[in-house]
Ligand binder design. Structure first.
Ligand SMILES: C[S@@+](CC[C@H](N)C(=O)[O-])C[C@H]1O[C@@H](n2cnc3c(N)ncnc32)[C@H](O)[C@@H]1O
Length: 225
């Protein structure tokens, strides 16, 4: 699907929800069409990189007002999607949005942190994991990778074109989390980081929010454009 076709889909219900979410402060204040298009870029990444591991199941962490999860859900009707959101207000907003959009058969919400989810459902794995503006690249990767199935795909969109210092800490992080770095790709002005799951992550991941913040698994150089 190209952007023109994406734009020809009726997104009115999503736009209503996005505007409400903006008023509630759950979604950034920029033009709602930009949020839709950013979600479309996730969809393109899933189509391009998600082949080998399949796309039967997808988890989106830190879903906030539903970007990109609720947009992807309309495009991937046969994919079971779990939105993980730690804020009570946002997770209950997500639940009512799912009903409003008629997506209850394919989308559900875990109201809690990704760390809590992992401790409760330690054996569950997803084919695809997405995170948009969840936090730093190391934090997003540490929270997603342990819950992704073998050959599955991790897609992270972060601010700017962070440059990884290609040092031992990055190689160590990849081996601890069981992923290979596939590529960093730029769609319009969004950077997407793609990783492929190649073996199980060490059981201790993801660590607590505080540990991740004070002792990130690898260093990056911030290069805001
Ligand atoms: C900046 S918002 C991004 C929301 C959405 N993905 C977007 O792009 O508009 C980050 C979201 O992550 C949630 N969050 C932060 N830490 C989390 C955690 N450990 N587990 C699950 N959700 C978390 C916050 O409550 C917030 O809604």
């Amino acid at each position: 699907m190209e952007l023109v076709e994406f734009k020809s889909i009726n997104w009115n219900k999503h736009i209503v929800l996005l505007k409400q979410a903006q008023e509630l402060g759950f979604v950034g204040a920029s033009d709602v069409n930009r949020h839709l298009e950013s979600s479309f870029l996730f969809y393109q990444c899933i189509k391009r990189f998600g082949g080998e591991g399949g796309i039967n199941t997808l988890m989106d962490i830190g879903s906030g007002g539903g970007i990109p999860g609720l947009v992807i859900a309309k495009l991937l009707k046969h994919t079971k999607i779990l939105l993980i959101e730690s804020s009570k207000k946002r997770s209950s907003y997500l639940n009512s949005s799912i009903s409003y959009l008629g997506l209850s058969s394919s989308v559900s919400v875990f109201a809690g942190s990704v760390q809590t989810y992992k401790s409760k459902f330690a054996e569950t794995r997803f084919n695809v994991g997405t995170a948009r503006l969840f936090g730093s690249l190391p934090a997003s990767l540490e929270c997603l990778a342990p819950l992704i199935a073998d050959k599955g795909t991790v897609i992270i969109s972060a601010h700017g074109s962070d440059e990884i210092i290609k040092n031992r800490s990055f190689d160590y992080a990849l081996s601890e989390l069981g992923v290979d770095f596939v590529e960093k790709t730029k769609f319009q002005n969004h950077w997407f980081w793609i990783f492929k799951k190649v073996h199980e992550a060490d059981k201790k991941y993801p660590r607590t929010k505080r540990e991740i913040k004070t002792d990130p698994l690898f260093e990056i150089v911030r290069n805001i454009e």
